[in-house]
Design a protein around this ligand. Sequence first.
Ligand code: R5P
Length: 311
Amino acid sequence: MDNDFKVFAGNSNIELAKKVCDYIGIKLGDIEVGRFEDGEIKVIINENVRGKNVYVIQSTPPPSDNYLELFIILDALRRASTEAICAITPYYGYGRQDRKTRGREPISAKLMANLIVASGATRFIAVDLHAGQIQGFFDIPSDNLSAIPLFADYFISKNISDVVVVSPDVGGVARANSLASRLRAPIVIFAKRREKPDEIARMDLVGEVKGKNAIIIDDGIYTGGTLINATKILIEKGAKKVYAAATHGIFCNHSLKKLNDSPLEEIVITDTLKIKDNDNFEKLKIISVAPLIGEAIKRVQEHSSISELFK
Ligand code: R5P
């Protein structure tokens, strides 16, 4: 591997960035990402990066300061004569606003891609983008890593019988198929209708779950409404146990507590985002994506295949 590279991180998930560096066997780059007295973001890179390949790890959930930190770090690195800059957003914020659903709406996922590139990124890596097509918003090399193989390994290790994989909406069918083929299980699908953002008008199940152990797979958990509704319907339709797996635990409106108190057996997520007080939720299981991201960085440095990571 070409060792002439460094990894830096913003404040959104330093623990994950440290784990990535431990996996690679390097130290996290020395950078200060603080605030001026008036609250504006202050970035200082405390080591020489001239001519180096650099990687910046920063998830971008709300507050939008997480995005601003990323932009400002990228700008500082570009102005410090780096050779190439890879922006890594384990969680890509604003990813759900990836198209206009009615007139006079923004496509914020495209705007964020434009701003990442305008700030200096020459490569982009994310984990389980809300929609794979978001890669096309970047006119630089981009990779959408997947946590599905990690979930598959986890559920295989639990040795659950009679599994059915559940897609909570039509948009998630490819994700559900990917998990189902690894678990050699069938899939069922919910047709979900929202009339307002963050509110579910109705969910209809297509497929048979009686006597099965259901695993709902999703990209993210926000209000938890999707999982709560889906779990209720799956149990009504005769599912034995219901598990949930989702890459990103955003958990707004105390949804983690609601899910922990729900009939779900287990809520399996990754560490793309920092979860506060996670010890208080006995049903929560967190799988690290650090080896996945670390391996992607190593492979970019070695000019070897990243698609191997999807197997
Ligand atoms: C929808 O398109 C997503 O894949 C998730 O199913 C959804 O965003 C989850 O949101 P919530 O937890 O608010 O139901």
